[in-house]
Write a protein that binds this ligand. Structure first.
Ligand code: SAM
Length: 241
């Protein structure tokens, strides 16, 4: 079993992330000692007696912008702590609609490295540009839509990564055959009962003929993938169970 991975997030809403990080597989990963989560409340680094974290944009325009000083202080503090815990410089990640699209390939790369991950969750109109200029923050997008904050994209990226860390899923082989892992879709799944509201489980799955089952699954998943996501161009020959 590998050493513990450290994953941190700077956020205005730590309770939102803590709830997700402590639930289901993400929570069990921490209980098993495979992952340790850290959250920093940006408000704790706010300036003045109101712990202010945002201000009006220079040049006008709607909305508020996260101020550089609290962001820099939070980054410095969290980077230092993660560096002390692990001896490695954290990978700085800024979920943003202006980054390249996050994908299974990126999740696999992050899961395979021992470097801690540190997410900076934006809010309002975003963060002061000088933070992006000064810190080696990588921008990563959750998709071509605009969300109100970086917490949801951070959560989905953490989820996609953590489940790939060896030992997190009880069945070690399960991430290997999933959708995207071999450039294709997973096949449809069935469980008991054998007949549900008159709908029967495909006969072949009850046949015990593993070759036939594999061929059936490859065909169904290939047809769906070609209809829905022809751009994936999966290598179905590599699908195996
Ligand atoms: N004004 C920004 C723009 O138009 O590019 C959008 C800011 S958005 C309302 C607030 C924050 O949500 C962003 O700073 C970013 O952290 C996060 N965010 C929004 N959409 C996202 C997406 N598709 N992927 C990743 N993060 C996103």
């Amino acid at each position: 079993m590998g050493h513990c991975r450290h994953i941190g997030a700077i956020t205005l809403f730590p309770e939102m992330l803590r709830s997700i990080f402590s639930t289901s597989i993400l929570g069990r990963a921490a209980t098993k000692g495979l992952v340790q989560y850290h959250t920093w409340n940006l408000r704790d680094f706010g300036t003045g007696s109101y712990h202010s974290v945002d201000d009006y944009p220079f040049g006008g325009g709607g909305g508020m912008v996260l101020k550089p000083e609290p962001l820099a202080d939070a980054l410095d503090r969290s980077m230092n702590l993660l560096q002390e815990c692990t001896g490695e410089t954290p990978r700085l990640l800024y979920p943003s609609p202006q980054g390249p699209r996050f994908s299974q390939t990126v999740a696999e790369e992050w899961a395979g490295s021992s470097r801690p991950l540190l997410f900076l969750c934006g809010h309002y109109e975003g963060i002061d540009q000088r933070i992006l200029d000064e810190y080696p923050l990588e921008e990563w997008s959750a998709g071509d839509y605009v969300l109100s904050g970086g917490e949801l994209p951070c959560s989905l990226m953490v989820d996609a990564v953590v489940r790939l860390i060896p030992g997190v899923l009880s069945n070690e082989s399960s991430p290997v055959n999933e959708t995207f892992s071999n450039g294709s879709f997973d096949y449809p799944q069935y469980t008991r009962p054998r007949v549900f509201r008159g709908n029967e489980v495909p006969e072949v799955l009850l046949s015990g003929d593993h070759q036939a089952i594999r061929r059936y699954r490859e065909n169904v998943s290939r047809r769906k993938q070609q209809a829905v996501r022809p751009d994936l161009g999966g290598d179905q020959a590599s699908v195996s169970r």
